[in-house]
Structure formats: structure tokens, C-alpha cells
Design a protein around this ligand. Structure first.
Ligand code: 5GP
Ligand code: MN
Length: 328
């Protein structure tokens, strides 16, 4: 049983509330924050969703169809009564918005990551939720929310994106019950699948072709490794958003149990590494050893090349640990 009391009390006592999804916000982070914002606004609260970067094109329907505004950090003044980190596993994943979190009177976090840091005063984190949106649904039920189509759109977006359209092993009967409840409210939500998983840009297709061409195999084909550099994106006319599904795409190759997808981080010498696996390996555990985190089947690491280690040396270290993990 989840104890919602501390966060319900914090909400009751707050007038101004800031919601903080994780950096590089995905459908779950934005959908969860969106559903919570719509509910809190309905309760008469002043709510701001502060995002790190502009919302991805494919999620822009959250603005047009769910009437949400996602504020960039410079638009937001610190000092809210309550800050809630949403789908944020780690303090570092607040990015440049740490002051918005730290300078609030109360700090809370609602999340579903298994390997995560404890950085808030009030934490509600349940790794059994397929998406943080599943938890937000629970909170809204607890608080007797009036269900609306925009809230249903937000919750469903979180579920669809974090479960690969209800395909991954994180889906529980309860996940489908929440989806069913949202479908009862909104009637038609199939367009969310089209917006988020289909609807691929031509530049995404060009980058996909390059990605398949550059995929390497390790450990007798059990590990797929892909490194895309700025030049690959430039050649395809692609953006970061265009490569969002690539880690899952690599895992889908026959015989592959673990996929590693590497792209440049925001700063020089920084790398963003996405890991995906099947039941052969708990990649959240391995990511945790390298300072990252996430879920058993989908995790990530932000690596900064330092202490004299080259990226190639790091890559060897990571692949060795993943192989050991699969053998264990
Ligand atoms: P993705 O590969 O889609 O970026 O992330 C997959 C999962 O790993 C997400 O749940 C995300 O929160 C987590 N993750 C990705 N990158 C990092 C990271 O640098 N640090 C931590 N702690 N988790 C990460
Ligand atoms: Mn999530």
C-alpha cells in the first residue's frame, strides 16, 4: 500500500506548486506532470510545470489537446510553496532547475525508478508502476479527482510511452486497468500511439538507416552497440528526438539481449548512454555502478571522460560488466 498522506498534506498546505519532470523529458515525465498540473489547477492551486528544454514535437499535443503550458527555467521564479520532482530518479536529472526545487518550502518526489537517489523530503516511489503516470492515477483517485479528457490524455501518454505501447514486461494487470479507465473517459486514445510511435520524420528515417549501418555486435551477437556522433545527426538533418526509439530498436534484433546506444551529452566530453535489455540482465544495476540509474530493462548513464580514462576504455569496462551480468 502506498502512503499518500504526506504528499496530500503538502498539497493541501501549498498555494504555489512547481512540477519538475526530468531533463530530456519523455512522454511519462510530461504526461505525469501534466495530469497532476491539471488536477491541481482544478483544486485552485497556482501550478507551473518547469521543463529543462523545449518539449519534443511529437509530444506537442500535450499543449494543444491537454491545454498545458510547459515553462522554460528562465520563465520561472524560485520560491514555490511546494516543488514536486516527477519521474526524476536522481537529483542530477533536475539539470539547471535545482534552485527551483531547493528553494521551494517543501520538496517532494513521485517516481517509479528502482535504482534512484533519495533527495526529497517526501518521496513516493514505487518501481512496480510501469510508468510514473500509473502512480499519478493512484494519487488522483486518492484525492477524488474529477476525470477529464485532458487528464486522461496525459495519463495515457505516460503509460503508452513507458511501456512501448503496453508491450514491455513492466505492464501489470493494474497498468491495463488504469489505461482502460482513461479510455472510458476519453473514448478514443489510439491517436496517441500514432503521435508518439509512428509519425516519423524523414530525417528520422535517414538517421535510422545510418544507425543500422553503424551497429556493431559484441559477445557473439548478444550485445548490440551503436555510437552516433554529431556528424551523423547533421548528415541526416536529424535532431535528438529522431533517435529516441533507437535503444529499443537495437534490442529487437534477433539474438540481442542487451543494447548500448551512445550519443553526445550536452557538454564537451560528456556521453549519454542508453541501455536496454531483456530478462538476461538487470541494466539498472550495471548503470548504477557507473553512476547512472533507471529500470531493470531500460537504464542510462551520463559519462564524463576524466581521470585519464578514454571513452574506448570506458566502453570496454561497460561491456565487460554487461557480459558478467548476463552470465550471473
Ligand atoms: P533513456 O535511455 O530512455 O534515456 O532512459 C532510460 C531510463 O534510464 C530512464 O528511466 C531514465 O530515467 C534512466 N536514465 C537515463 N539516463 C540516465 C542517467 O544519466 N542517470 C540516471 N540516474 N538515470 C538515467
Ligand atoms: Mn517514467
Amino acid at each position: 500500500m502506498i502512503d499518500w498522506t504526506p504528499i496530500k498534506n503538502a498539497i493541501r498546505d501549498a498555494k504555489q506548486i512547481v512540477l519538475l519532470p526530468h531533463i530530456y523529458a519523455d512522454g511519462d515525465a510530461l504526461g505525469s506532470a501534466g495530469a497532476l498540473a491539471l488536477f491541481l489547477q482544478d483544486q485552485g492551486k497556482q501550478v507551473t510545470i518547469a521543463v529543462e528544454e523545449a518539449v519534443q514535437d511529437k509530444l506537442s499535443f500535450l499543449t494543444s489537446k491537454a491545454n498545458l503550458h510547459f515553462a522554460l527555467p528562465e520563465e520561472v521564479v524560485p520560491g514555490a510553496d511546494l516543488a514536486i520532482a516527477v519521474d526524476v530518479s536522481d537529483y542530477a536529472r533536475l539539470g539547471s532547475r535545482k534552485p527551483l526545487f531547493d528553494q521551494a518550502r517543501v520538496q517532494a518526489r513521485i517516481d517509479h525508478h528502482g535504482v534512484s537517489g533519495d533527495f526529497a523530503t517526501i518521496t513516493v516511489c514505487n518501481p512496480e508502476w510501469a510508468a510514473t503516470a500509473e502512480g499519478i492515477y493512484g494519487l488522483l483517485c486518492e484525492m477524488d479527482a474529477s476525470w477529464t479528457v485532458p487528464i486522461a490524455i496525459c495519463v495515457y501518454t505516460g503509460l503508452v510511452t513507458d511501456t512501448g505501447c503496453f508491450a514491455y514486461s513492466n505492464v501489470r494487470p493494474e497498468t491495463l486497468r488504469v489505461a482502460a479507465a482513461m479510455l472510458e473517459v476519453a473514448r478514443d486514445l489510439s491517436w496517441i500511439y500514432r503521435e508518439t510511435f509512428e509519425n516519423k520524420t524523414k530525417s528520422c528515417i535517414a538517421l535510422t538507416a545510418a544507425a543500422y549501418g553503424k551497429t556493431e555486435y559484441e559477445d557473439a551477437g548478444r550485445i548490440a552497440y551503436l555510437r552516433l556522433e554529431a556528424k551523423d545527426y547533421a548528415d541526416a538533418g536529424a535532431t535528438d528526438e529522431d533517435s529516441e526509439g533507437f535503444s529499443a530498436m537495437l534490442r529487437a534484433i534477433q539474438g540481442v539481449h542487451v543494447s548500448i546506444f551512445v550519443r553526445d551529452g550536452r557538454e564537451n566530453g560528456q556521453y549519454r548512454i542508453s541501455l536496454r535489455s531483456d530478462e538476461a540482465c538487470d541494466v539498472a544495476k550495471v548503470a548504477g555502478e557507473f553512476g547512472g540509474g533507471g529500470h531493470a530493462r531500460a537504464a542510462g548513464i551520463t559519462y564524463i571522460s576524466d581521470k585519464g580514462e578514454t571513452f574506448t576504455q570506458f566502453k570496454t569496462r561497460l561491456i565487460t560488466r554487461l557480459k558478467e551480468c548476463m552470465e550471473a
